[in-house]
Write a protein that binds this ligand. Sequence first.
Ligand code: HEC
Ligand code: HEC
Ligand code: HEC
Ligand code: HEC
Ligand code: HEC
Length: 315
Amino acid sequence: MARAATLGLAALGVLGALVSGRHQGEPSGDEPPIWERIDLPSVAACGGCHLEVYREWSQSLHAKAWTNANVRAATEDFAQAACRPCHSPLPVLPRGLGKPPAYRAFNQDDGVHCLSCHGMEGGVAAARTLEAPCKPRYEPRFLEADSCYPCHEPTHDAFTEYETSDAFAVGVRCVDCHMQPAPDRPGRSHGPSGGMNAAFVERALAWDVRVADGVLVVELRNRTGHKFPGEIPSRSFVLSVRFDDAEPQRTLLRKPHKGEEREDDRLLPDETRALRFPVPDGARAADVRLLFLPLPLLRDDQGFELGRRALELGR
Ligand code: HEC
Ligand code: HEC
Ligand code: HEC
Ligand code: HEC
Ligand code: HEC
């Protein structure tokens, strides 16, 4: 704790000079303290004292919600006003979690920044109340899955899916999966925990392969709290089965793009699905691969391999 504060104050000295040219940590005049300054980017408002959390967050898509190329293209560089609020949001707690967020019309490049989630009146929302400069305050709403609701439900139906899942039934929250304990410090990781992180995606499936009566059966079970692949339409799952040296047979599961005539064939929450491949006469070996393609137009060999099994079929 002492270490965090010392490090933080040292770093803030530098940042403070950059940001306002005056010594940080102590508000002067009627300006609010730095950690309440919604007009400052995350690095200046929080990053100086919470260096590790800041570093993790800056790798995540929350940090890139305004700048990433997919979003820029889909929103015509945010010319579409309806797309702005969740991709550059004001704090959600003061507004109420039942409402979509309000648009932060400044400092947009900061995306979903620290105060979007933590901001509340008189301090920052936290799991406990602590004596610290930023006034962490225990906030029960912040600790519920609903704190993700205002952005993830209205256009993306995350909760409509989640509420049908076993995870929801036993009280496993979004955060319990998506913010794992940080490996190198106490607390939860704010880093990438979605389709761009291969190790994370591997958690999504349990699977098995068997051969019976001349049919190879791959059984997939969705272990996420929503459909798999989840939410983002640029992600796809590919099951590739190859007998001997034949061309691989591919089964592709993904969310349809807006306006696209395609069935939503993703795995439902907790669904177990068996995919069947008749074994060709005389086949000796099968190679089964589970692949995840985080971006459209990737070839199979550019995706993440979630699992692979080689089978001898010889009688
Ligand atoms: C001047 C330094 C400083 C600034 C700026 C600052 N914090 Fe803190 N914060 C601390 C210290 C010190 C603690 C208590 C020790 C710790 O857990 O790191 C703390 C604790 C917290 C906690 C609770 C941690 C726990 O263990 O439960 C949260 C949440 C938090 N800060 C969020 C923020 C956010 C969000 C911002 C930016 C809006 C911010 N802080 C800005 C110094 C700062
Ligand atoms: C204020 C709005 C907002 C809130 C609150 C919010 N998100 Fe997000 N989230 C977004 C946006 C916008 C994106 C998409 C960013 C992009 O890809 O451009 C996103 C992306 C994600 C991703 C993909 C991240 C990655 O790095 O791969 C995950 C996972 C996620 N959110 C989980 C959560 C969870 C869990 C919560 C609740 C603790 C939450 N979000 C709260 C707006 C929000
Ligand atoms: C209610 C909040 C909200 C609004 C409004 C919103 N988004 Fe998003 N957006 C999200 C969240 C949350 C994510 C991350 C999860 C997902 O993709 O479902 C996201 C992700 C995306 C992604 C995928 C980003 C990636 O990394 O691949 C694109 C593209 C996107 N949004 C475009 C749009 C467009 C276009 C609009 C306006 C028509 C819009 N969004 C309006 C919340 C919102
Ligand atoms: C998408 C929402 C979201 C964003 C954005 C976000 N946080 Fe958090 N933060 C959380 C949640 C949820 C927790 C964990 C609460 C719990 O323990 O259950 C948390 C925990 C923390 C803690 C306590 C220690 C820990 O790691 O668990 C600190 C400190 C903190 N956040 C600081 C920050 C800072 C600094 C930023 C910006 C760089 C930031 N947060 C961005 C949601 C967010
Ligand atoms: C039981 C664990 C679990 C729970 C609960 C869970 N998720 Fe996920 N989620 C995952 C896994 C694993 C993935 C990665 C595979 C995939 O794309 O489905 C994922 C993917 C996502 C993605 C796509 C991210 C990307 O970059 O492609 C978003 C957004 C998301 N989850 C949001 C949420 C929200 C919001 C909640 C709560 C309503 C939630 N998740 C609950 C495990 C979980």
